[in-house]
Write a new protein. Structure first.
Length: 692
């Protein structure tokens, strides 16, 4: 028997981007475990990825090209050859492109976070074709925009430093389920005497294990941050030296914060003024005595109308009290801008047709856009869609419209996939893609500071091919003869990072493949002495860029689209707020088809406060219907005080085909967008609930 261990990387949309060791025996992957030498992974994997061989060798893996033989959505396919699949795709795309190549749209996101199998060869293909661009907004663009306006780049506290903090605010996230290796650091800080505070409308697994849980109404986090600013300024807990040297617009901020008394903020947030006052004092006093106070912002709080502003407001707090002076202080939303990704070399935007303006389709409004006729403002109707690294029929908002759009018989749809997902059921041509164990990739991360390599551990199963190879083959069938379409995956990985930038001057692909990971050259405390990558070089409490973009240049509060306070007429019909955060055993819609994980998760369920359940005659375990004007879905009620009164929580994202009624939580979510970043408002939803 031959046995070897291959260095690999978890590809999934998670901040942890774990270093993997894959054991291969006689060409078969038998075990996937965490690399104990990698400082953030530390030998620990989540339950999902520790079962990665179960996913790779799943009996339902797509292993051959397929063509549709039934109605769209039925999921009936017949096996075909790669030649037939590629010839069909090329013929259909050439016909559409002859009319207008912008009628062809790519749809992808973070099914893999790899820089090679994600948007390298695929982007080259679509750029050369002249297809519509895709605004990839579905997760983080609202919070990213607010962070960029304030800090200047998505750079923050190194996750390896959080264990040295004495106060950690976990704001809008459930890291036990979605950021395990940060949670390990937070637990170490707790053992060393740190206080952990969870700020979340839902008493999640994480909130239950923190010292304190503050539960604001969904969409009101910006008001909570403003109330904290009021207390910090009024009670003299501001670091005046840091503010004077390294911030812009403090006097204007002072005036704005004066309006947000703890009483006003508390009424807006549905919490007590005492909670706001004590949180602000503890935050300011921790830093004042020389200890580190750190904030981990996650993405839940930015999936509301004012989500970008909420992240901006929170991001002002560390500069206000000088928390950035300490390596374990400050804030982390994302570390992604620390990586000098060589996007132009990977994606080759120079291939786009010269002198033409290319429209952009927002992935978060794909439901409306697939049903949109051609018009001068919109451009051509979408006639062809190529989906890879995503499952929009399950994950995009207002799902009934998404499904109707995908069901158009005149829409030519190609899907690259591992499994027959909800979206794959609508494909005209279904192509088998390799998993992470079967291809080469290189990774940046958004939760730590290591460049990561993924080496293929096994040969591709069946006739599966890497995304890159599929797009190379499609390019040849389309007649694209540019030399860049011959670049190998190793060629692509070798140019992934810009070695002229200090952070990655030591990057070498061959060395990275051998080691598996290598840390960026980054300072211990990125903004201890200012140096913010904003136009002013300071943390911008007042942002001229926001003013130019038509936004309030100061921190403010933007109410939800849908809430009792902002839309009382709608709330009369649909009185309950709803959020749909990630289920612990799934990662977005990935892993839902792994039976052991789905069995652990159980079935779609809805958490309801006892008061709300009693008012509707609902008992624990009842099947309930959750509905609004956009649609409905059915789940099993769990009557629990984990959900605050007036809020229901449906952990997601289930594939529709595994739900009893063939629907999921996105039946009721909205395509309305955030205040900045054009992102979806998944947690800005009003519903009613009744017995099914």
């Amino acid at each position: 028997m031959t046995r070897k261990v291959i260095r690999a990387t978890c590809p999934h949309d998670c901040p942890d981007t774990c270093a993997l060791l894959v054991t291969v025996e006689d060409g078969v992957a038998t075990e996937v475990r965490g690399d104990p030498e990698h400082p953030t992974t530390a030998g620990v994997l989540c339950m999902k990825v520790s079962r990665y061989t179960e996913r790779t060798y799943h009996p339902d893996r797509l292993l051959h090209p397929m063509k549709r033989i039934g109605r769209k959505g039925e999921g009936k396919f017949a096996r075909i050859s790669w030649d037939e699949a590629l010839d069909t795709i090329a013929a259909r795309l050439k016909a559409v492109a002859a009319r207008d190549p912008q009628a062809i749209v790519p749809y992808s996101y973070a099914g893999t976070m790899g820089l090679v199998q994600g948007e390298s060869m695929a982007s080259r293909f679509f750029h050369k074709l002249g297809a519509s661009h895709l605004a990839r907004t579905i997760c983080a663009s609202a919070g990213g925009a607010g962070y960029l306006y304030t800090i200047g780049a998505r750079i923050g506290t190194d996750v390896e430093r959080f264990q040295d903090a004495k106060l950690i605010l976990i704001w809008g996230g459930n890291p036990i389920a979605s950021n395990l290796h940060f949670w390990m650091r937070a637990q170490e800080a707790k053992r060393r005497g740190a206080k952990l505070v969870a700020i979340d409308p839902y008493r999640s697994l994480t909130a239950e294990k923190c010292h304190q849980h503050i539960a604001p109404l969904p969409g009101t986090d910006a008001a909570l941050a403003l109330g904290m600013m009021h207390v910090l300024i009024k009670e003299g807990l501001v670091d005046e030296d840091y503010v004077a040297k390294h911030t812009l617009g403090f006097e204007q901020l002072r005036q704005r914060a004066e309006e947000w008394t703890p009483q006003r903020a508390a009424e807006t947030c549905g919490i007590t003024a005492a909670e706001i006052e004590s949180l602000a004092r503890e935050y300011g006093e921790t830093v004042r005595r020389g200890d580190a106070a750190a904030i981990r912002i996650n993405y839940g709080l930015q999936r509301v109308h004012g989500g970008g502003m909420a992240v901006r407001n929170i991001t002002c707090l560390p500069a206000l009290v000088g928390a950035w002076r300490h390596p374990a202080g400050g804030v982390q939303l994302s570390a992604s801008d620390g990586f000098p990704k060589n996007t132009a070399a990977l994606q080759r935007p120079d291939l786009m047709p010269a002198g033409r303006s290319i429209r952009t389709i927002n992935m978060s409004t794909i439901g409306d856009d697939l049903l949109h006729d051609a018009s001068p403002d919109f451009g051509p109707r979408i006639d062809a869609l190529i989906v890879y690294n995503s499952n929009p029929v399950a994950v995009a908002p207002e799902s009934s419209k998404v499904a109707r759009g995908f069901a158009r018989e005149d829409l030519f749809t190609v899907v690259l996939e591992h499994f027959q997902t909800d979206t794959a059921d609508y494909a005209d041509i279904l192509l088998p893609a390799t998993t992470q164990l079967e291809h080469t990739d290189v990774h940046s991360t958004y939760g730590h500071l290591y460049m990561m390599a993924n080496n293929p551990a096994i040969a591709p199963l069946g006739e599966a091919k890497p995304n890159t190879e599929i797009f190379r083959l499609m390019a040849r069938r389309m007649g694209f003869d540019d030399p860049c379409f011959d670049d190998s995956d190793d060629d692509l990985a070798a140019v992934a990072f810009d070695k002229t930038r200090e952070q990655a001057v030591h990057f070498d692909w061959d060395s990275l493949k051998r080691k598996g990971w290598q840390k960026l050259n980054m300072p211990d405390a990125p903004f201890a002495d200012g140096g913010f990558p904003t136009p002013s070089g300071k943390c911008e409490f007042f942002s001229e860029r926001m003013q130019r973009d038509g936004l309030d240049p100061l921190p403010t509060y933007i109410p939800p689209h849908e809430s009792a306070a902002s839309n009382p007429e709608l709330a009369k019909r649909y009185p309950l707020g709803m959020i749909s955060p990630p289920a612990r055993n799934f990662l977005n819609s990935t892993f839902v088809n792994v039976q052991s994980l789905r069995h652990t998760e159980g079935e779609p369920h809805l958490d309801m406060h006892p008061h709300d359940a009693a008012m509707r005659g609902i008992a624990n375990g009842d099947q309930v219907r959750i509905f609004n004007d956009r649609g409905s879905f059915v789940a099993k009620a769990r009557v629990t005080e984990k959900a605050r009164q007036g809020l229901v929580v449906g952990l997601s994202i289930w594939w529709k085909k595994y739900a009893g009624d063939g629907k999921n939580a996105n039946e009721v979510t909205s395509q309305r967008l955030t205040d900045m970043g054009n992102a979806p408002t998944f947690y800005d939803v009003l519903v009613q609930v009744e017995k099914a």
